[in-house]
Design a protein around this ligand. Structure first.
Ligand code: ATP
Length: 356
């Protein structure tokens, strides 16, 4: 088992930073997900930890030992790739046992470990097959088994579910959560899929353009995003964000924009008159004909089966409301929207940083 420490790690390709001054302290037994949009540097960071890429600066520690300059095979880490990277000419059994054969372990030990790991991942009946004769989900389990066989201190996984169809992906997510619990090992998992991150992570590190935007539990990132980027990245559909002004009106602070006037539930002095980026999640907006918070016109209604997404044009702003179905509104209709003060997030429009 291993604690992973990443200390001010950067990677430059030419003049461009793929990863910039990233520091993370990942506790023994954590399931940390590196999340972010395509090109934000997730894979590069993981590859540096695995030893497949050399950092331009910074240090990487595993279990307190500096491994920045160690060869990949001397790091007590196992990597699972998106492509699985199985040997096509070897049986499942030989694929799983490969890391132990490479380390010249005894035949008896290899056979025992392969049997154990194959049992854990329900591969015992498939040991004679070649990878070409397996389904995507089975190949993915073989790749995991090969990573598990030598009992590494930490698992590094780069989008291991992205080649699976939606149903299998959701089943495998549950398997990975169970596996993490049983093994108690440190998992570092790269994905751009927020559902994977929200469901599996003990903590998420959200990357943007090579830097860490926020590290925290899934709930912390979702409920109290540190920046407008985090607010807009998590959630499907994402948080509604719109330019507004905070003003003091009759002793309370209010958020104002064209067509919007929402109380913030805070006492406000006369000095408050600040330009902000205001945010509210679609599931926190309600259609309510009695309210005066926001008025607009319905531009689109999307039926999701159990719910509807109602898009409402309010002044220059388009707001999305997630409502139980049927929402009972039609395109073109005038509607009023309501949000509780506690559900309104405020960000600095220049820096994107949370204001409250
Ligand atoms: P994705 O989700 O699309 O895989 P990512 O977040 O994993 O994206 P990286 O693959 O780490 O992103 O790439 C980060 C940035 O570094 C990108 O702009 C990419 O083009 C650049 N990059 C990665 N590898 C190299 C390389 N070998 N040479 C030059 N630039 C590279």
């Amino acid at each position: 088992m291993a604690r992973l420490q990443i200390d001010a790690v950067s990677k430059r390709f030419g003049a461009d930073y793929a990863v910039r001054e990233v520091s993370l302290d990942i506790a023994d037994g954590e399931f940390l997900v590196l999340l972010g949009p395509s090109g934000c540097g997730k894979s590069t960071l993981l590859r540096m930890i695995a030893g497949l890429e050399q950092p331009s600066s910074g240090r990487i520690m595993v279990g307190g030992n500096d491994i920045t300059d160690e060869a990949p095979q001397r790091r007590d880490l196992a990597m699972v790739f998106q492509s699985y990277a199985l040997y096509p000419h070897l049986s499942v059994e030989k694929n799983i046992g490969f890391p132990l054969r490479a380390r010249r372990r005894s035949r008896a030990e290899i056979a025992r470990r392969v049997r154990e790991v194959a049992g854990t991942l329900e591969l015992s009946a498939l040991l004679e097959r070649r990878p070409a004769a397996l389904s995507g989900g089975q190949r993915q389990r073989v790749a995991l088994a090969r990573a598990m066989v030598r009992d590494p201190g930490a698992f590094l996984m780069d989008e291991p579910l992205s080649n699976l169809d939606a149903k299998l992906r959701s089943a495998t997510r549950a398997e990975l959560i169970g596996l993490h619990r049983r093994l108690g090992a440190t998992f570092l998992y790269v994905t751009h899929d927020q559902v994977e991150a929200m469901t599996m992570a003990t903590r998420i590190a959200l990357l943007n353009a090579g830097s860490v935007e926020q590290v925290g539990t899934p709930e912390e990132l979702y409920d109290r995003p540190r920046t407008a980027f985090v607010a807009g990245f998590l959630g499907s559909p994402p948080m509604n964000l719109f330019p507004a002004e905070v003003i003091s009106h009759e002793g309370t602070l209010r958020v104002r924009a064209d067509g919007i006037d929402a109380a913030l539930g805070l006492p406000g002095g006369p000095e408050a008159e600040t330009a902000v980026l205001a945010g509210v999640r679609p599931e926190r907006l309600r259609l309510d004909p009695t309210t005066t918070t926001a008025h607009g016109r319905v531009t689109m209604v999307e039926n999701l089966g159990s719910e509807e997404l109602v898009h409402v044009s309010v002044g220059a702003v388009e707001l999305c409301v997630r409502a139980p179905r049927p929402a009972g509104v039609a395109v073109g209709e005038e509607v009023s929207l309501r949000a509780d003060a506690a559900d309104i997030h405020l960000f600095d429009p220049a820096s994107g940083l949370r204001l409250s």
